[in-house]
Design a protein around this ligand. Sequence first.
Ligand SMILES: NC(=O)C1=CN([C@@H]2O[C@H](COP(=O)(O)OP(=O)(O)OC[C@H]3O[C@@H](n4cnc5c(N)ncnc54)[C@H](OP(=O)(O)O)[C@@H]3O)[C@@H](O)[C@H]2O)[C@@H](O)CC1
Ligand SMILES: [K+]
Length: 480
Amino acid sequence: MRTAYSVETVRAAERTLMARLPDGALMQRAAAGLAAACAQLLGRVYGSRVVLLVGSGDNGGDALWAGARLARRGAAVTAVLLAPGRAHPGGLAALRRAGGVTVPAADGVPLVERADLVLDGIVGIGGTGGLRAEAVPLAEAAHRSRAAVVAVDLPSGVDADTGQVRGAAVRADLTVTFGTHKPALFVDPAREHAGSVRLVDIGLELPAGPFLEALQHADVARLLPVPAAESDKYRRGVVGIAAGSARYPGAAVLAVSGALRGGAGAVRYVGPAADAVIARYPETLVSDQGPKKAGRVQAWVVGPGAGDDARTVAQVLALDVPVLVDADGLRLAPARDVRRRTAPTLMTPHAGEAAALLGVGRDEVEGARLDAVRELAGRYRATVLLKGSTTLVAGPDGGPVRANATGTPWLATAGSGDVLSGLAGSLLAAGLPALDAASAGAYVHGLAGRFAARHAPAGAHDIADAIPRAWRDVREAGVG
Ligand SMILES: NC(=O)C1=CN([C@@H]2O[C@H](COP(=O)(O)OP(=O)(O)OC[C@H]3O[C@@H](n4cnc5c(N)ncnc54)[C@H](OP(=O)(O)O)[C@@H]3O)[C@@H](O)[C@H]2O)[C@@H](O)CC1
Ligand SMILES: [K+]
């Protein structure tokens, strides 16, 4: 599991550690890791052209010390000083001793354009807001140029704790971050600016409860249900799908397609699309009695393609088993009915649906995804999975938010969300707690999207068909 901590926690851990170490030791650790990552990226350090963008704080200090290391290995290093009187004095002296030179910001653009490597040390966890005016042309030149752009700790201009980007921000190919990941590195829109991310251990000791966590194969492998020898379909869990309408039978078929691959022992369908469901998946148990009388079900999925069927949504919410509410169901589920439930509720909106529930614009949700997912989880006292390129899952009682790293833009295809609702619902029926069902579901779904879309566009059915492959991939890597 990868974890991220807030700036406040990082600062506290930094203070504790600094009190035990000689002055500057932490920065040396950071700079050594940073220089090594740069050297690896460059391949050949000797003769390469390296430009450092240096702000007024320790982030710039890291860049200067790393630049000095690269200069000692034969790189031609120039530091562009954004705040000339305030650049880190020790780092500046080290760079000069190693043969590096400095120029003012106004002279930086042509140098950046000709560089092999640009190190972004403009601002790190001490930053607020987007890039300041003098840094913008330099960041743009770095983006245009053929240089590899390496962000120091964070891409400058992003908000470390929220992943928000207010104004211009550096776009990096690689971010070398120190001590721990920062939330912005897992959450869009900031995450997109970070490129790939490398963590350098500087010895920070962090508390047990992170701010954010991102599951990896081994974590998901531990969560995925495995039938025991004596399992029958009921013990493995039956998932009920109350979805689809005469107008949207496809949503029902797709939700069932995800549910059949999600580990439950059986899938029960209720709704007006039974013929379409049976035609495609004859193994589905179909009931025409409505959710209340449908027979044994350990978790329900309600909402995909439901149109205006508020009655079914209300019936499902009144049942005392875990319920996943998606798509039309979100609009039809009154907050008070969700809050009143004692069994877990999992809501799975995309940004547009989340915006409608919160009464804000879609841009607002997309720009501040962490805030939005937590706000919804609090308001509904439910687990909320906010879909998107970085899917986030928040539980009703606070605690770490989970960010999913397997997403791909290929998942943004019609019906892909229906497949996810079936898959995550199936995991709920198999007995996973809502936070785990949501995050393991998003993980496997994202991976399936990647497999389905390798080199070509894929439809929602292809994603469902790729779930077994993704599941195997996770189990084989995780269990060994
Ligand atoms: N934590 C750790 O364990 C370790 C941390 N280390 C490193 O230290 C970094 C944090 O250093 P830091 O505290 O000096 O802050 P930093 O990010 O350099 O900002 C400095 C100043 O920039 C300014 N500024 C603000 N917003 C801005 C903007 N949008 N655009 C431009 N400028 C802006 C503002 O000053 P102002 O101009 O407002 O007076 C602010 O005070 C951290 O990210 C990591 O790299 C490592 O060395 C090892 C261990
Ligand atoms: K930076």
